[in-house]
Design a protein around this ligand. Structure first.
Ligand code: F0G
Length: 458
């Protein structure tokens, strides 16, 4: 069994976790309406719900928290962040936001008219929600390989340039306020996008005068994948690679809760000064003044430090090694996952593991519930609960192509024994998988329904 590089850190502070008893887990799950978002976190043993805001900050970041400048305007911490953003991303014009979806909301509000369409490789759920909330239509144009879990294409987050060109021609430039790409492609398995593809995407958008935005919350992981998988990049630093990525774009937004290893925070950066002025006005209306954007000064300080730490290569080698380790353990046990393993998470193919549960009965939800019951592990369904939606014309349910369960790994938080416990829990579930049943909604809101839906077993 290949191991991954030892953690390039040691543990200075610990937080106890506890596996409550099976009857307690059953009761907790029932009370939660079988939605793992509704569990009390204390009832979870290993929390792989998300890698967002759940990482462990370093001693430098905690020291930065104490140095945070809480001035309303022009704080020292803001200036430090501005310097780091300028160095890493190369954007002069940026605002902090309280998280990624705040940036999405501002962009969608400013740029999207009803009937507009926004292409990407794959939009994440909050991006989709923000586009739809303004009457727009999110369009996913990832390469077909992304939908084949066993296809080991090294850059399964790539966008299909032929599909993109055809889409632009068919939709009309006037109906496409901006184009985007998500790095890494969270909704499609945490898969990276190659530099070659980023360049082709940028060229295509720019040929049609469509502004190009990168949804970049996992840009450092993407840069490290480019370094290790794309010819010509082995000798470049992840920092140089990141800069090369952003030099292609007209703007970017980031949920800093991922690769900047902070518990809260985000960014929105643009090149167009006129758009920036509008962004600032929206920010002041909704989030806060331009030099803090809904964050405390201490958050800005931790964010500035975390952006640099997130690019360190010994950390990234360990980080992506840990994800690959868990993926390999599951593969060895005969459990299908998206291959090759992605950056921040292992995506288990629940549709394949539970073929007796129809997409309409939510196989991913069934597997997530089983993981909690068996091992107190919290995961998230990324399948029909999250993405099935009625066809606007026929009203018939359209199901996503894959029914997945995501095991998102918080940064610098869990050890190899935790990963082994997760793999062993899967092996137990596999032995009795034919007894698992699906779920149906007892409540579901219209947008982003996975967060608050309630279920009952079929
Ligand atoms: N874009 C991507 C690709 C994301 O993965 C997320 C969040 C967002 C935007 C929104 O950022 O949460 O700061 O508002 N993803 C988290 C996840 C929630 O679990 O994958 P946010």
């Amino acid at each position: 069994m290949p191991h991954y590089p030892p953690e390039p850190f040691r543990i200075k502070m610990v937080e106890s976790v506890r596996l409550i008893s099976r009857p307690e887990r059953e009761a907790a799950l029932r009370t939660a309406g079988y939605n793992l978002f509704a569990l009390n976190a204390e009832d979870v043993f290993i929390d792989l719900l998300t890698d967002s805001g759940t990482g462990a900050m370093s001693q430098e970041q905690w020291a930065g928290i104490m140095r945070g400048d809480e001035s309303y305007a022009g704080a020292r911490s803001y200036q430090r962040l501005a310097r780091v953003v300028q160095e890493i991303f190369g954007f002069e014009l940026f605002v902090p936001t309280h998280q990624g979806r705040a940036a999405e909301n501002i962009l969608a509000n400013l740029l999207i008219q009803p009937g507009n369409q926004v292409p990407s490789n794959m939009h994440f759920d909050t991006t989709e929600g923000n586009i739809r909330a303004r009457g727009g239509l999110p369009v996913n144009l990832v390469i077909d390989e992304a939908y084949d879990p066993q296809n080991r294409h090294p850059f399964k987050g790539n966008m299909d340039i032929a599909k993109l060109t055809a889409f632009i021609e068919a939709t009309g430039v006037e109906n496409i306020p901006f184009g985007s790409i998500t790095v890494t492609n969270n909704a499609g398995g945490g898969q990276p996008v190659s530099m070659e593809n980023l360049r082709a995407v940028a060229d295509t958008y720019h040929r049609y005068n469509i502004p190009f935005f990168i949804d970049c919350c996992r840009f450092a992981e993407n840069a490290y994948f480019i370094k290790t998988r794309e010819p010509g990049y082995a000798e470049k630093s992840t920092r140089e690679i990141a800069r090369e990525m952003f030099d292609l774009a007209d703007g970017t937004w980031m949920s800093a809760k991922k690769d900047a290893i902070v518990n809260i925070g985000g960014l929105l950066a643009v090149r167009d000064p006129r758009l920036f002025q509008q962004v600032c006005n929206q920010l002041i209306l909704r989030e806060g003044f331009v030099s803090y954007g809904g964050l405390a000064g201490r958050d800005l300080e931790a964010l500035a430090i975390g952006l640099e730490e997130g690019l360190e290569e010994d950390y990234l080698a360990y980080r992506l090694g840990q994800t690959a380790y868990l993926a390999n353990r599951l593969l060895e046990a005969g459990i299908a996952v998206i291959e090759p393993s992605g950056g921040h998470a292992v995506y288990v193919d629940a549709g394949r593991l539970l073929p007796h549960i129809a997409p309409a009965d939510f196989p991913g939800q069934a597997l997530s519930a089983a993981l909690y019951l068996e091992g107190g592990i919290r995961s998230v369904e990324i399948g029909s609960v999250m993405f099935a939606h009625p066809d606007p014309e026929t009203g018939k349910m359209v199901h996503p192509r894959l029914e997945l369960v995501r095991l998102a790994i918080p940064r610098r938080t869990y050890t190899q024994s935790h990963m082994d416990f997760v793999a062993d829990t899967f092996i137990k579930i596999k032995e009795s998988k034919d007894g698992l049943r699906g779920f149906r909604f007892t409540y579901a809101p219209e947008l982003l329904r996975h967060f608050t839906a309630r279920f009952e077993p079929v």
